[in-house]
Each structure stands twice: as C-alpha cells, then as structure tokens.
Ligand binder design. Structure first.
Ligand SMILES: [Zn+2]
Length: 291
C-alpha cells in the first residue's frame, strides 16, 4: 500500500467514525430528491403575465397551460425550480435555510447577474445572426431565472416572516411583499433579522445544510416550514384573516413576489419577454427535500 493509499484509508476511517457518531446524535440526511419535472398539466401551476398592463386573464388558464406545455423556456424555468432541491440540496443559500439571509440574498443577486450575462450573450449572437446560439443563451437565462425564483419563494416558506407579519395585518393584503433582489427588501430583511431574539426574522435550522447562522434555540426547519398545508406551522389558521392558514399566506406572498420577479426580469431584459411570450407558468412552493 502506498503512503497516499494509507493516508486515504485513514481519512475514510475518520469519516466513518464521524458519520457513526453523527448517526447517534442526528437523524440521517434525506436522500437526494427525484430530479424529473412533472408535466405542467398535472400540477397546480399559476400563470402570470410578465410586465403587462393588465393582469393575466384567468378565464383562459387551461388554454394557456396547453400552449405552454411545449414552451421550452418555461420548461427550463420549471426545471430549475425543481432541480434546486436536488443540485443544491445542502446549501442554505438556495433555500433561505439556517438564517443565512445574507448568503441567500447574495445568491439571488448572483443568479440575476447570470441571467444578465446570458441575455447579453444572446443579444451579441443575434447581431451575428447565429440563431442557435441565441436560443442556447436564452434557455440558460430562463434556467437561472428559475433558480432565483425558487429562492424568492422559499423565503416565505422557510422563514418566520409570515408569523412576524400577521398580527399587525387587518387583511392578508396588508402584509408587505418582500422582493429579496430589490434594495428596499434587502434592507427590510436585514432590519428584521437584527431585531432582539424572539422578535427577529429567522429561518428553520437544517442540521445538514450549510452555512448555519441561526441563534441557538431556533426552531427546526420541520417546525417552521410552510411548504405544505399539513406542516406544524403551515396548518395554523388565523381567525382574524378569514381563518386562512399560514401556508395559504405563504403561498399568496410567494406568488406575489414571483409575479414581481417576472415583471422586473421582463422589464430589464425585454428579449426574455420577446423570446418566451408574455405568459409564464410555474409552481409556487416546490419542496422535494423530504424534510
Ligand atoms: Zn428550496
């Protein structure tokens, strides 16, 4: 056995020890979620009109879904929405986990910079008349936009923003929509996160996600998450808000923030709207990590 192999065997033994000790203290990591994306017709998708004067006409929902099933740009956006749970399963920044608010904001910024780079590449290819290169770049732009959309929605599902906001609201629309790619919302997140313990914005603790920035004693992801109507926090009903549940409020806010993100993207990069068309369909609050 070479020195390298001996060292490797030693490291593996240490890793085994660490994992054996860890198994006694914490539940095992969930397996990677499945990576396929369901057919658009089989899910509960919302449709938004991107940067339009009028909101989407919901009476045409089914027809538009049929049209969008074969839209490859929507396909890339939705693929990204799902694959964040597989490709970035352990990264707090991709899901607003572990109170890593600064990291999550920075990650959304970096993804929107990626969108910008792809759109600029597409515009340059357009000037050269290379339509295949335009198409490849625009598909990448929609994928990166979908990745950022996942993070924007997770803010509402994985933080206690809904819990912090509901008491002061007389109706659900009173709750401020946080758009974590905009300066004012970034400042608001930082202000809320800096409040005294017990009143501060936090997100759930995920033991195998990194980095971990929550104060000691923060609720676990399982206790705080509002990805589904059945989670301990999601199922709590709010009598003063028409008995709607925290899950329903998280969905409402995530949907509004998603609409704003698509609006801003189509305003900033008109080529995205021109390439895709004005209608964008996607799911709200996808979570496949099995937490
Ligand atoms: Zn997520």
């Amino acid at each position: 056995m070479s020195i390298g192999q001996i060292l490797l065997a030693g490291i593996c033994a240490l890793a085994w020890c660490a994992s054996a000790v860890g198994q006694g203290a914490s539940p095992p990591k969930p397996p990677p979620p499945r990576a396929e994306v369901p057919d658009l017709r089989t899910v509960s998708a919302v449709i938004v009109c991107g940067n339009c004067d009028q909101p989407f006409d919901t009476s045409t929902h089914e027809k538009v879904i049929e049209d969008l099933v074969s839209n490859k740009y929507i396909g890339e956006l939705r693929k990204a929405l799902y694959l964040q749970d597989s490709y970035h399963q352990f990264e707090s920044k991709a899901h607003f986990d572990n109170c890593a608010f600064g990291d999550a904001i920075g990650y959304i910024d970096s993804l929107l910079s990626e969108v910008d780079g792809h759109v600029q590449a597409a515009q340059a290819s357009k000037v050269r008349g290379d339509s295949a290169a335009v198409d490849a770049a625009m598909l990448k732009a929609f994928f990166a936009l979908g990745q950022s959309l996942h993070g924007v929605q997770d803010f509402y599902a994985h933080s206690n923003y809904v819990e912090l906001s509901v008491d002061q609201a007389k109706k659900s629309t009173d709750i401020e929509v946080i758009a974590p790619w905009r300066k004012a919302s970034k400042d608001r997140i930082n202000e809320l996160a800096g409040r005294p313990p017990g009143k501060a914005l936090v997100s759930g603790f995920v033991f195998w996600g990194f980095p971990q920035a929550c104060p000691k004693g923060t609720l676990s992801h399982a206790d705080l998450a509002k990805d589904k109507a059945t989670t301990p926090s999601g199922k709590v009903k709010l009598a003063h808000l028409d008995n709607r549940s925290r899950y329903q409020l998280a969905v409402q806010l995530a949907r509004e923030a998603s609409q704003e993100l698509i609006n801003d993207a189509f305003r900033r990069w008109p080529l995205m709207k021109a390439t895709n068309g004005e209608s964008v369909a996607f799911e709200v609050l996808v979570d496949r990590r099995g937490l």
